[in-house]
Design a protein around this ligand. Sequence first.
Ligand code: 4NP
Length: 193
Amino acid sequence: MPQTKSSAKASDASATAQGTSTSSRPISVLFVCLGNICRSPMAEAVFASLTASNPGVARIDSAGTGAYHAGDSPDSRTMDTLAENNINDYDHAARKMVATDFTDFDYILAMDEDNLDDLESMRRRLMKKDSSAASHRGQLMLFGDFGGKKGEQVVDPYYGARNGFSVAYEQMVRFTTGFVEQVLTKVENPKNA
Ligand code: 4NP
């Protein structure tokens, strides 16, 4: 399976430009929300399920901009929604973003604008300390940019109705499908490299 948590550096990538260029090696993708217990684990699980046999994917993970739930399992409503859609093999412990995530992943995909703003601030602060990070940084975007309407956000379902998790699930499937079409079809098959 390509979806291991083994290391792959964004600095090795030749393709980071929103699906317009070609990568000569499999890519890595990090999904990010606030708590890393509802949306980004769901995104990771759906993406892993839908790309399980895709040789263009080297690594998938998820993280939170906050550490409130570090070490926790995904929210039970996320796991229930995954199970309702026959995804039963997902396991994750919540973690906060770390500096190396910005350079280890080719794509860092935020769930909403607040997550994206927080990630941009974190990266700006890091680059002030170490400007070399700028030369091999991953592509920071909204996951929803791959859904057909630029700027689509995944609303945080944590405090909302149970329906919010089903809505998020439908978005994850649609965004993953867009990512596969727009990015993974342009990743060279490593078997041909
Ligand atoms: P997530 O949802 O960002 O989709 O994981 C949340 C989970 C927990 C909290 C906020 C959002 N919280 O404040 O505890």
